[in-house]
Design a binder for this molecule. Sequence first.
Ligand code: BMA
Length: 320
Amino acid sequence: MKRHPANPVITRDQIRSPHPALQDVSSVFNPGGIMFGGKILLLLRVQNRARETFLVKAVSTDGLHFEIDTQPLTMKGLEACPHQIYHVYDPRITLLEGRYHVICAMDTEQGCFLGWFTTSEFDRLDFLGLVSEPDVRNGILFPERIGGDYLRFERPNDIGGQNGVKTGSAIVCSRSHDLMNWERTGEVFSGRPHYWDELIGSGPPPIKTEQGWLHIYHGVATHFASSNLYQLGVSLQDLNQPWITLRRGKYNILEPRELYELTGQVPNVVFATVSIPLKTDTQGCAPPYSEVYVYYGAADTCVCLAITTIAELVEDVYAP
Ligand code: BMA
């Protein structure tokens, strides 16, 4: 992947709002994103100095210059959530059967769940419910039914991490008939102890290609003394049985190297949550020559862009 020379493309000083909680915010990172009405649309994760979290919409025609809303996005129906909510964050957006589905991590008094929201215009998000067991993050919904089922990858948080924050070392696949009730079908793959991806979680929703589903994920190396290192990698999943991994890249495809990735609120983090292929065919497949815009949070502080192609990602999967 090639970092765009204009990185970081969105920084905290671009959040300008009359809203009292959005004055001089701390950070903007880990956006959800999708192509909407011919523009790149991002839902930015904005954190203020009270460490409250907001989602703010941003749109762009060139993927670099964003028009950012001056108010946080409204979320309707959150009062139906049975637990007290602390944060709604790290959205992943999927267009499925004509509706935009936004799967967020939701930190509550009962743990972190996946929250399901839908929208048609991105003027607001409608909350439909908590759709996972407690202690799950990094939920990504597939953009079509496969074998009659809706499918999702997710990452159970079953490892106690630093400062009591739980993390995990396996991505699992779940299926559903109604998008509300989910059952686990099995493990997709797990972390590789001692290497770059010891702890793992899915990144953006998968990209359909003729060779399989391209799946970008993050891997954490925990064996450095001073800090965990968050990097990105890629795997290719079977088209008809996506829980089957055809091949998993050996090398990471992006690691913290630039200053904006090495320093910030959480140093040494690249965390991708959006991948937008610029071309797709009538079957929803991205052809090999299609450019892919990958947006990622850098150091939990700003939003960056890396550009690649489908062919390059497939090459990374098979790198010897
Ligand atoms: C993960 C999530 C992400 C964050 C990353 C690095 O566990 O909390 O939101 O970007 O850690 O701090």
